[in-house]
Design a protein around this ligand. Structure first.
Ligand code: PMP
Length: 406
């Protein structure tokens, strides 16, 4: 466990709040994480000291803001090990990044009958954008199934990959179960047939080291707000050649080179994909969040969260009537469960009364719930600022609730 967790917690003012008169226990980190003072201060600093629209000004403030935004891009590049900073496109988040790739990739490379391959454990954000394009272009969406323990069926994956497959788009870590997919193997198998792979890293980048060149993924997407950064900003990483081959997504702002009424030519990467005023304040704060994580250390973060997950799993299993969804050696940060036939909504509401925030429902992964034949689960998800004492509070609260329902 992290030795200085108290010191870390002191950087997150919200963790000292009380809810319904009880100390807050925040276990909803897969939905969004809390923000350290350092990140919030970066937002304030940008607005108070150098706020100015970027890229277009010769004046001092605009140059400072532009440099801060472009330095943030370099920080992201280094963080995920990309070869070039222009392979980093700032978006509003994972959802927008996937929509961007779905719209432009399918437009450019897919024709009737082609297949996009996703998995049965995807977040809706990695299902619906492909369905939209499938409807428009008569494509087929194929789905890799998963086993009862939540792990991906790799044999089924091998069978589903075919000459018709144009792209594989898959979660690195499933948000509903915490299952970590064998992403490197998934990519190698697709590449053996020249099929590019998009990795939804919304639940991996915040929790352990991810290096895009080591993985050799073609696209990788994630959200700032799930990794201690601000809302409204996310990242699309794409290999230079592929991004260059794609048409623009939205028009306007910095994405142009020249505009006439007859014809517009487009800017180089990454600006081609950043239409309109980017959130140049959020990008700077996201870079600060990355520095914060790096200061703790990605390996230390992983170790702390793995230990917490193992401890919480073991403690939860001491309760009667517990079912855990997603049981594997390969998990990260998420504990999804049900107790007897108590409805998740009731459990979540009672936990809230005790100051404990966990998520209940389908977690934007309804097909996962259908696969398990349940309406939803309780989901506790962990961050590096969580402690074993907080896990004890959760278990104690659950025990009380079970007695109430007995
Ligand atoms: N994919 C996964 C795996 C997620 O966990 C989430 C957020 N729950 C998303 C996509 C969507 O992220 P956002 O809402 O930040 O766009």
């Amino acid at each position: 466990m992290l030795q200085n967790v108290d010191q870390i917690r002191a950087d997150f003012p919200i963790l000292a709040e009380t809810v319904h008169g009880k100390p807050l226990v925040y276990f909803d980190n897969a939905a969004t994480t809390q923000k350290p003072r350092q990140v919030v201060e970066k937002l304030t600093e940008a607005y108070y000291k150098y706020n100015s629209n970027i890229h277009r000004g010769v004046h001092h403030l605009s140059q400072v803001a532009t440099e801060a935004h472009e330095n943030a891009r370099k920080t992201v590049q280094q963080f995920i090990g990309a070869a070039h900073d222009h392979e980093i496109v700032f978006t509003r988040g994972t959802t927008e990044s996937i929509n961007l790739v779905a719209a432009t990739f399918c437009e450019k490379f897919c024709t009737e009958g082609d297949e996009i391959l996703i998995s049965g454990m995807e977040h809706h954000s990695n299902i619906v954008p492909w369905q939209l394009m499938a409807e428009r272009k008569n494509l087929k969406l194929k789905v890799i199934p998963f086993f009862d323990n939540g792990e991906l069926d790799m044999e089924a994956y091998k069978v589903l990959l075919s000459a018709k497959t144009k792209l594989v788009s898959i979660a690195h870590v499933a948000n509903s179960t915490g299952i970590v997919n064998p992403i490197k193997e998934i990519i190698q198998l697709a590449h053996a047939q020249n099929i590019p792979v998009l990795v939804d890293a919304a639940q991996s980048v915040p929790h352990f080291k991810v290096n895009v060149q080591e993985l050799d993924c073609d696209f990788l997407v994630f959200s700032g707000h799930k990794m201690y950064g601000p809302t409204g900003i996310g990242v699309l990483y794409g290999k230079e050649d592929l991004l260059n081959a794609l048409p623009p997504y939205q028009g306007g702002g910095e994405m142009i080179e020249t505009v006439t009424f007859e014809k517009t030519t487009y800017n180089a990467l990454p600006f081609k994909f950043e239409a309109g005023t980017p959130d140049y304040v959020a990008s700077v704060a996201l870079a600060e969040a990355i520095r914060y994580m790096q200061h703790i250390g990605l390996d230390a973060i992983k170790q702390h969260e793995d230990e917490l997950l193992a401890y919480a799993t073991e403690q939860l299993k001491t309760l009667d009537g517990v079912r855990i969804f997603g049981e594997s050696m390969h998990k990260s940060g998420v504990l999804s469960f049900l107790i007897h036939d108590i409805h998740p909504f009731d459990l979540g509401t009672l936990l809230d009364q005790m100051g404990i925030a966990i998520r209940t429902g389908h977690h934007c992964a309804q097909p996962v719930m259908d696969r398990f034949g349940i309406p939803g689960t309780m989901r506790a998800s962990f961050a590096f600022y969580n402690t074993k004492a907080e896990v004890d509070s959760l278990i104690k609260a659950l025990k009380r609730i079970v007695v109430m329902f007995a």
